[in-house]
Ligand binder design. Structure first.
Ligand SMILES: CC(=O)N[C@H]1[C@H]([C@H](O)[C@H](O)CO)O[C@](OP(=O)(O)OC[C@H]2O[C@@H](n3ccc(N)nc3=O)[C@H](O)[C@@H]2O)(C(=O)O)C[C@@H]1O
Ligand SMILES: CC(=O)N[C@@H]1[C@@H](O)[C@H](O[C@@H]2O[C@H](CO)[C@H](O)[C@H](O)[C@H]2O)[C@@H](CO)O[C@H]1O
Length: 334
């Protein structure tokens, strides 16, 4: 090869490299780092920008992306957008309490999530099938790990990982020692079911007089958290999970109080926050399986859920549908 043709060959090679890099960045495909820099064991799932959004619009309609993930003070203070439904599907009637809560908490999506070109998320359900799964190191590799209620990580790291980016909770499901089971920067996202849930968070954060009445299980009375970590989930996600995934009536009579589980709500949220959504630890035993424990961390059975207002077989169908259409992928079996 003459030096001139060698130069031409090298220039061509450089051009091809640049074109490939530009293509990856334009297409939103986030794997070129993996292809070029990361050793095999570190490889992440390919992530396609906007993929979850495309899937979510098929399930929830085109406009659900316009909704803020967390409630913001300005929407209740300046603009006062009226809500159609009461809790847990809307904020109608709870505006005054909410104003006080939003004044002492925050609504931003942290820069660490905001700055990601492609958000890989995993929603970790509390199901028994995580036990002995050895999924811990795989779960820790996702950009965003969403956990639920008081599900522990301490002592279960090998199966469920140790990273918690977001934790959904309500007063009765809040872990009494949030520092042990979360990271210092974990977002603690309140899912409100009743006005008392707003009142509880206000009394905790502003150290006001605690109220015992109105909870079905005793919530923490002292809760060592930074108000900057707290967010209030937009009840819109509860509404669309109930309506679009479970076809539940939104305006319910006082007697029937059906609602999605926190896990199904978290999948709905992830489809709006993320680009890729994987799930793990979802799935209940069959109804006849009366002795099978349901959690990876404690021995309780389906019986404990009687009266909870959840239809687990209907939810299983909804999750199956999302798996079949490729909206989510499951790391455990279903
Ligand atoms: C007694 C009772 O009310 N139990 C409810 C508990 C309880 O309040 C909390 O654990 C706090 O103690 O919370 C729930 O749920 P729980 O905290 O059990 O589980 C969180 C979510 O994981 C998914 N899951 C769980 C177990 C299992 N075998 N398969 C699953 O798919 C579900 O999506 C579930 O939502 C809840 O908030 O939804 C629903 C449960 O009904
Ligand atoms: C009116 C009332 O407080 N009902 C309680 C339900 O909300 C509660 O269900 C529980 O309510 C939670 C919200 O507070 C979550 O939705 C959870 O998934 C669900 O299991 C059950 C628990 O056994 O007790 C009733 O008295």
């Amino acid at each position: 090869m003459t030096s001139k043709s060698r130069c031409r060959f090298l220039a061509m090679l450089a051009l091809v490299f640049v074109v490939v890099m530009v293509w990856y960045s334009i297409s939103g495909e986030d794997t070129y780092f993996d292809l070029f820099y990361l050793p095999n064991s570190e490889k992440k799932e390919p992530c396609f920008q906007g993929e979850a959004e495309r899937q979510a619009s098929k399930i929830f309609g085109n406009h659900s992306r316009e909704q803020p993930i967390f409630l913001q003070l300005k929407d209740y203070f300046w603009e006062k957008i009226p809500s159609t439904y009461e809790l847990p599907f809307g904020t109608k009637g709870s505006e005054d309490l909410l104003l006080r809560v939003l004044a002492i908490t925050s609504y931003s999506i942290p820069e660490s999530i905001q700055s990601l070109r492609c958000r890989r998320c995993v929603v970790v359900g509390n199901g028994h099938r995580l036990r002995n799964s050895s999924l811990g190191s795989i779960i820790n590799k996702y950009d965003v790990v969403i956990r639920l209620n008081n599900a522990p990580v301490a002592g279960y790291e090998a199966d469920v990982g140790s990273k918690t980016t977001i934790r959904l909770f309500y007063p009765e499901s809040a872990h009494f020692d949030p520092k042990i089971e979360n990271n210092p920067d974990t977002l603690l996202v309140l899912v409100a079911f009743k006005a008392m849930d707003f009142h509880w968070i206000e009394t905790i954060l502003s150290d006001k007089k605690r109220v015992r009445k109105g909870f079905w299980k005793q919530p923490p009375l002292i809760w060592d958290v930074n108000p900057k970590q707290i967010r209030i989930l937009n009840p819109f996600f509860m509404e669309i999970a109930a309506d679009k995934l479970l076809s539940l009536p939104i305006q319910q009579s006082r007697k029937i109080k059906q609602k999605p589980t926190t896990g199904l709500l978290a999948i709905t949220l992830a489809l709006h926050l993320c680009d890729l959504v994987h799930i793990a630890g979802f799935g209940y035993p069959d109804a006849y399986n009366k002795k099978q424990t349901i959690h990876y961390y404690e021995q309780i059975t389906l019986k404990s859920m009687a009266g909870s207002g959840h239809n687990v077989s209907q939810e299983a169908l909804a999750i199956k549908r999302m798996l079949e259409m490729g909206a989510v992928k499951n790391l455990t079996y279903f």
